[in-house]
Design a binder for this molecule. Structure first.
Ligand code: FE2
Ligand code: FE2
Length: 394
């Protein structure tokens, strides 16, 4: 060891000064500076020390240079990582000055590095990053979650971005990782459009089916459309939520779909039906159920229940199953009132339209007999509104 020191021909003092300086800088690196800043400072100090002949110890010089190389390597590695990132990487310090603005950020936002680095320009590209609070502007609270905000390009175009923040506690630098999600959102919109298209197609097919059935029954123009609207309204009055009530609106036009199996001469017979003919008419409830029950679609399943139970009566004297009270599904109970109200208040091939007071009296008479008393009360309380629906679709 002594030989080694002799060979160096260096006073310990000078080496110690250099050691202490580097140690202090390293300490600052750990506490305050970024590695990049540390490497820069060490290079300056080293240069000064060499100039002042404080260091002619090659071993110490080598070790310091190796340390700088390592830091530079690390910085290069980080820079490569930042530059090659598929997302925009923007680092800002606590004064909201931009420190890093990678290539992808240039592409996404249309600003160059020169226009952004060292400037407080983040509000130009992510206006939502700054929040007005009690008249003061503060920055968006960075946290571990991902946010969907609006980005702004240099040309003024706005577009959706997904942003997540990383926080370097040591240097209070925020690193924002930003992706342009315009394509993703467009794909999502297209997906939603397709889903909506399918839903609309279903609705149209169901409605067309209801109308096709209706068209065979020559005296019931708009009958299914009106039943559909009464059913939704009564469902809402009863307390079903908007979504379920809307589904009732879509499904109730199918209530008479089973009439497809009823021969024309019975369906459109002007006079009274014989007992056998009436039995044939009654079979439309079971037939409708059989047509719809195999479907897994929610609205068609609802339609199956309605087709099956819309002629059941609260007191158990209806058909086809003679269900009683709440054993009849709420969909069936609702459509039953809607169907009878419409049948009485509009003309049929075998009768004229009844006056609205007479219809109301008959409905009240059937309270607790044909109809659920709770539903019937709701219907009567809002009778004028149901009449309005009827008059709007004659
Ligand atoms: Fe029916
Ligand atoms: Fe009907």
């Amino acid at each position: 060891m002594n030989n080694f020191r002799k060979e160096l021909k260096l006073p310990f003092k000078r080496i110690e000064v250099a050691h202490i300086l580097v140690a202090v800088i390293l300490l600052f690196n750990a506490l305050v500076f970024t590695e990049h800043q540390t490497a820069f400072i060490i290079q300056i100090v080293l240069g000064i020390l060499i100039l002042l002949h404080h260091i002619d110890d090659n071993i110490l010089k080598d070790s310091i240079i190796k340390y700088i190389d390592k830091l530079n390597e690390n910085n290069n590695y980080q820079e490569t990582l930042t530059e090659s990132n598929h997302n925009a990487i923007i680092a800002i310090n606590k004064n909201q000055e931009i420190l890093t603005f990678n290539k992808k950020a240039e592409i996404i936002f249309g600003f160059t590095k020169d226009e952004m680095i060292g400037k407080k320009n983040l509000n130009l590209i992510i206006p939502e990053y700054f929040i007005e609070h009690n008249g003061e502007t503060s920055s968006f609270q960075a946290d571990d979650t991902t946010h969907e905000l609006t980005g702004k390009r240099k040309n003024g175009d706005v577009f959706p971005i997904r942003i997540s923040f990383g926080i370097n506690n040591k240097s209070t630098i925020f690193i924002a990782n930003i992706s342009d999600i315009t394509n993703e959102k467009e794909a999502e919109d297209e997906q939603n459009r397709l889903v909506k298209e399918i839903e609309n197609t279903q609705i149209e097919v169901i409605s067309t089916l209801g109308t096709a059935i209706e068209s065979r029954d020559k005296s019931t123009k708009y009958h299914v459309d009106r039943v559909s609207l009464y059913s939704k309204k009564l469902a809402l009055l009863y307390g079903l939520d908007e979504e379920e009530a809307e589904k009732m609106k879509l499904a109730s036009p199918l209530h008479d779909i089973g009439k497809i199996i009823i021969p024309d001469h019975i369906l459109n017979k002007p006079g009274a039906l014989t007992k056998d003919e009436f039995e044939i008419i009654k079979s439309h409830a079971q037939a409708g159920y059989d047509i719809l029950r195999r479907s897994e679609r929610e609205i068609l399943q609802m339609g199956a229940i309605i087709a099956y139970q819309h002629h059941e009566k609260w007191d158990g004297t209806g058909y086809p199953q003679k269900l009683k009270g709440e054993n009849i599904h709420i969909y069936g109970r609702i459509t039953a009132i809607a169907d009878v109200f419409d049948a009485l208040s509009t003309p049929r091939i075998y009768k004229k339209a009844w006056k609205s007071d007479k219809v109301r009296a008959v409905l009240i008479e059937e309270r607790g007999k044909a109809f659920d008393p709770v539903l019937l009360d709701l219907f009567i309380e809002n009778y004028d509104e149901f009449l309005e629906i009827k008059n709007s679709l004659l």
